[in-house]
Design a protein around this ligand. Structure first.
Ligand code: GLA
Length: 450
């Protein structure tokens, strides 16, 4: 039995006296091993689930009120009427993640009646740490709501379809994320990593390296999904969509007007079916210099600068010299290859190669994608010094965690060194209990019995 269940049950009964006996659902956090900022372009990723999870107790109501509460005082109780469409709560309110799931399912099933429910939540996934605590809440709420609707997972909606629906539904909170988090949370496997492809969603489980461990280290820099990091995160998808438009234009000039490319991944995986070399050549022609100014982009696309902003960039400030489109495209191309190579390395049980790929991924995330920060750099450097075969930022970046590959036997020494070098010497503080841990891939999200 999950050891958090009795206290969750108690908190549920205290908050909702007289409610029917609750059902429990669970959704794990995740750590991404490799494949960063590729999912929203339809390019693969390679994450695994974590033992840390989000647990919900849920019971039906006779009206349409949805009440959500949390065992942590950091998340105050909230309530709203279920209807379609749901209006968002103020930015940063945690019930927006619950609303995202409910709104997505209301739309998916084209419901005309909107039942209410009482939810009590408790979570052990570090928050704002790049470990998907928010998507775990979205998935757990979706499972809770499916139960209230009398719908069965795998029968009324497959896990693949639910992951696809929820990836889109989570845009409700304003982050233009891809589908990695919802997919690994719903389709991951105990003790394994998963290579995930998109459009359409496919999952291949791959073994984790024997006698090795993946250690997660929290930089303690909060990467809040709703704060400033959200804006910086969205810059990635925005620039990639502009790159896609410019490359589409180039492909139309090269191959004919009928070519349509909606995401960068389609260059390889869509009807064009280009090789890595052909993609690189096309991008070189479309984006010959490192930076592209707003005016240059508008000229290339034969539209106004206002239109470029309206369609792709929004209010993203133009950096000196223009947007670094070439470097962003370079990261997409190189990271895609690294994910494929990492999958092969895992299948071959080759931890050394996986480590090298993780190191190269970090470098690309830091230099070409610019999603690192000084603390993540210090933490990665400390990890390499402490013997990690591979060390890299994981998740959206701008703070949050790193993931580090080590021989099993080296883990205790590694943890001690990081404690001294990063937390004590660099940050000058003692790490909280859950700042450093060995990742354990737990079962995918589901219902649990008490
Ligand atoms: C966040 C998003 C994911 C993915 C990662 C970066 O976690 O939710 O979809 O884009 O960032 O790889």
């Amino acid at each position: 039995m999950n050891h958090h269940l009795p206290s969750l049950q108690q908190a549920f009964s205290a908050a909702y006296p007289g409610a029917p006996a609750p059902v429990f659902c669970r959704a794990p956090g995740r750590v991404n091993i490799i494949g960063e900022h590729t999912d929203y372009n339809g390019l693969p990723v390679l994450p695994m689930t974590l033992a840390q999870d989000m647990l919900l107790a849920v019971a039906p109501r006779t009206d349409s009120l949805v009440r959500v509460a949390n065992t942590s005082a950091a998340y105050p109780p909230a309530e709203f009427r279920n209807k379609w469409p749901l209006g968002p709560s103020p930015a940063g309110a945690w019930d927006n993640y619950c609303k995202a799931a409910i709104d997505g399912l209301n739309q998916h099933f084209r419901l005309t009646a909107y039942p209410g429910m009482d939810i009590m939540a408790t979570g052990s996934i570090p928050v704002s740490a790049g470990l998907s605590s928010s998507s775990a809440l979205v998935v757990a709420t979706a499972l809770a709501y499916l139960h209230i609707l009398g719908k069965t997972l795998d029968k009324d909606i497959t896990r693949i379809d639910l992951a696809t629906v929820l990836a889109e539904a989570e845009h409700f909170v304003g982050t233009r994320g891809g589908g990695m988090d919802q997919a690994i949370i719903l389709l991951g496997a105990e003790g394994q990593a998963s290579k995930i492809d998109f459009f359409p969603l496919r999952v291949e489980n791959v073994p984790l390296p024997k006698n090795h461990a993946l250690v997660v280290c929290n930089s303690l820099v909060k990467a809040e999904k709703t704060g400033d990091a959200q804006h910086r995160y969205n810059a990635g998808p925005r620039l990639c969509r502009l790159i896609t438009a410019i490359v589409e234009k180039q492909a139309q000039e090269d191959f004919g007007e009928e070519v349509e490319i909606e995401s960068l991944g389609e260059l390889w995986l869509g009807h064009l079916c280009l090789t890595h070399g052909e993609v690189a050549a096309l991008i070189d022609t479309a984006i010959p210099r490192e930076r592209v100014t707003l005016r240059e982009a508008a000229r290339k696309l034969a539209i106004s600068t206002d239109e470029v902003r309206k369609r792709w960039l929004g209010d993203l400030p133009e950096p000196e010299g223009g947007f670094p489109l070439k470097a962003r495209a370079r990261h997409q191309m190189s990271e895609y290859r690294r994910v494929e190579d990492a999958r092969d390395a895992l299948l071959a049980g080759d931890a050394a190669t996986l480590g090298e790929l993780m190191n190269a991924s970090h470098q690309s995330c830091a230099r070409d994608y610019e999603v690192s920060c000084p603390e993540l750099e210090a933490l990665v450097a400390a990890a390499r010094k402490a013997g990690a075969l591979g060390a890299r930022l994981t998740g959206a970046g701008f703070g949050g965690c790193t993931v580090n590959l080590l021989p099993q036997a080296a883990v205790p020494g590694f943890i001690k060194r990081i404690q001294q070098d990063y937390y004590e010497r660099h940050l000058r503080q003692q790490p909280p209990d859950n700042a450093l841990f060995v990742a354990q891939a737990s079962p995918a999200a589901g219902y649990i019995t008490g």
